[in-house]
Design a binder for this molecule. Structure first.
Ligand code: AMP
Length: 284
């Protein structure tokens, strides 16, 4: 029978455990999440299990990465189910701190990555990446992992964390893992829970548009204007799409927008389906 993961809610306890593991020569793999786990998260856990002696998953819906009008209060949560998934996948420790534990009164220190956070989601989600880099720095300081696993579903986030770790000489190896999709192509996301049946149907327009653009590119179309137009047309045919927030084709390293698409560029997009903001991306 699978062993229950140890649930830790206290920062000092987590630090003590990590320090002990390291002193005993164990390598620690870390998977930071906001919970409501799905196969995307599980793929990161599996990567970590393969490459480390011990795997720690954190579950923390980080208030600092939500703007005031965003979905912090209704973000889906189910600790019991998450613990079951962690158990089934052999997670050793689940770090589950409260908001008060992470952000006590008078908290006032932030980590900011300047350029990579300007475009894509950063242009629309005020303060989002500042919240992400700050919480990930705190989590790295607490868990002290050797390796940390991030999904390329959030490609910009992955590049921002990679940059932060380099710039601040953090002693963590950042590993980017492939984006996991449902069988019909929808990128797995905790936010898919918000979608009605009809909305879920319209949500498929994101991946359909990305795969269409990739196919056009592979058949020789490199003009970004044309690629974006075709994607926009396809997406707007879907009745529950409320708004395309952005479609960008960017350099995979700098995340700067391109005029002519090249192999390895990233096409990224954010679309509101009903009231739910979904993101997806593909590499050419
Ligand atoms: P979240 O709980 O949404 O903050 O995500 C936690 C981690 O899981 C992040 O590194 C995400 O990029 C990753 N993740 C979320 N969805 C997927 C997916 N569909 N495929 C791969 N990784 C994912």
């Amino acid at each position: 029978m699978d062993k229950n993961p140890v649930l830790i809610e206290n920062i000092n306890e987590m630090k003590r455990v990590s320090k002990n593991l390291k002193q005993n020569g164990k390598t620690v793999g870390f998977v930071p999440t906001m919970g409501f786990l799905h196969e995307g998260h599980v793929s990161l856990i599996k990567c970590s299990k393969k490459e480390n002696d011990i795997t720690v998953v954190s579950i923390f819906v980080n208030p600092k990465q939500f703007a005031p009008h965003e979905d912090l209060d209704r973000y889906p949560r189910d600790l019991e189910r998450d613990l079951e998934i962690c158990k089934e996948n052999g997670v050793d420790y689940v770090f589950y701190p409260s908001h008060e534990e992470m952000y006590p009164e008078n908290f006032q220190t932030y980590v900011v990555v300047e350029e990579l956070t300007q475009g894509l989601c950063g242009a629309f989600r005020e303060g989002h990446f500042k919240g992400v880099t700050t919480v990930v720095t705190k989590l790295f300081n607490i868990v002290q992992p050797d390796n940390a696993y991030f999904g390329k579903k959030d490609y910009q986030q992955f590049k921002v964390i990679e940059r932060m770790v380099k710039d601040l000489n953090m002693d963590v190896n950042v590993v980017g893992c492939p984006l996991i999709r449902e069988e019909d192509g929808l990128a797995l996301s905790s936010r898919n829970k918000y979608l009605t049946k009809e909305e879920r149907e319209s949500a498929l327009s994101l991946n359909k548009a990305l795969f269409l653009a990739k196919e056009l590119f592979e058949n020789g179309e490199t003009d970004i204007k044309v690629l974006k137009e075709k994607m926009t047309d396809l997406i707007l045919c879907h009745p529950k799409v409320r708004e395309i927030q952005y479609i960008e084709i960017v350099d995979p390293e700098t995340l700067k927008p391109k005029e002519i698409a090249e192999k390895e560029d990233i096409i990224a997009l954010a679309v509101f389906v009903g009231n739910t903001r979904l993101i997806d991306n593909i590499q050419l």
